[in-house]
Design a binder for this molecule. Structure first.
Ligand SMILES: [Fe+2]
Ligand SMILES: [Fe+2]
Length: 329
């Protein structure tokens, strides 16, 4: 998750590279045989660039994703909830670190990737540009946002690129804890006082549609999906994953006694699926363009963190140079 099929929305289209047909044939035969592609193996340039973009958007999303919930660490209502939230936010930082490492195996440096984030050139998941107004938002994020992330990330454990698929296996285990703690929090609120139920419903109202948008634009507007599916970077299309998420989440909302804010939502017995109402894609486009409620704050927070960590990076480099000098002497 967290990549939202934004490859499709990239301002700069990937350069069309003429690949050696024989190498391409061997590469695709390996993909067909479910072999993993490793960093030193030959790969088409489009495969490499698509992965750099997808993995780095994913890494940036994990890092920026620490901000909305980090906002509540100091105000968690109990020691237990605070410990859970600290652990979760810390996990997200770890996910970002694994994923930057996975992207680096494709021949780009972490410094370059971070520069792309801080300059606004790189995208991250638009979901993190919404504010966390009440404590219930922490529950809704775990339940819905991490829930959507799992839906998207489980198939990535079988991604054809070895370092990405291996990173996703560990990440998915942690995401499942994130989803569980969020649902547990929602359950407490839903079974609590009228005021607690009201903030739980309000959080669901605000996070439902942005969560559906996390799967990215509809398949009809995702021209590169086919190639990503053929090369087993993606296993399912955006709409397929969104549908799975809706079918999974609607009964959970019912169990909580909360109402999904979609009057058009209905069960289609023929298809064996829920049918949801129209998604407001203009809102999605606006947030992706940088005009969501918190885009500016999020980037500013990352820039400030990068600046205040500068002395640590410089000190580490100076220490490494001193040790190298001492070893050489
Ligand atoms: Fe994560
Ligand atoms: Fe998570």
């Amino acid at each position: 998750m967290y990549t939202q099929g934004l490859n499709e929305l990239a301002a700069r289209p990937l350069a069309a590279v003429q690949e050696d047909p024989e190498r391409l044939r061997r590469f695709e035969a390996r993909i067909d045989a479910e072999e993993k592609i490793e960093p030193k193996d030959w790969m088409p340039e489009t495969y490499r660039q698509t992965l750099i973009r997808q993995i780095s958007q994913h890494a940036h999303s994990e890092i920026v994703g620490m901000l909305p919930e980090g906002n509540w660490i100091g105000r968690a209502p109990s020691l237990l909830r605070k410990s859970i939230l600290i652990a979760k936010v810390q996990d997200e930082g770890g996910h970002g670190a694994y994923l930057y490492s996975a992207a680096e195996t494709l021949g780009i440096s972490r410094a370059e990737l971070i520069e792309q984030l801080l300059s606004g050139a790189a995208k991250y998941s638009s979901i993190f540009n919404y504010p966390t107004l009440t404590w219930a938002d922490v529950g809704a994020i775990g339940w819905l946002v991490d829930g959507a992330a799992i839906m998207n990330q489980i198939p990535l454990c079988r991604c054809s690129y070895g370092p990405y698929s291996r990173a996703m296996i560990r990440i998915c285990k942690e995401e499942s804890f994130h989803q569980r703690q969020g649902y547990d929090l929602m359950l407490k609120l839903a079974r609590g006082s009228a005021a607690q139920r009201a903030i739980a419903q309000d959080a669901l109202n605000r996070w439902w549609w942005p969560s559906l948008m996390m799967f990215g634009p509809p398949d009809t507007a995702s021209p590169h999906t086919a190639l990503s599916v053929r090369w087993k970077i993606k296993r399912f299309t955006n709409d397929e994953l969104r549908q799975k998420f809706v079918d999974f989440t609607v009964p959970q909302a019912r169990f909580l006694g909360l109402e999904i804010p979609d009057p058009a939502l209905r069960w289609d017995a023929g298809r064996g699926q829920h049918v949801h109402g129209e998604i407001d894609w203009s809102e999605f486009q606006e947030v992706v363009r940088g005009n969501g409620p918190c885009n500016r704050d999020r980037l500013q927070a990352r820039r400030d963190a990068h600046e205040s960590g500068r002395w640590v990076r410089e000190a580490a480099l100076a220490h490494a140079a001193k040790r190298a000098r001492a070893a050489a002497a």
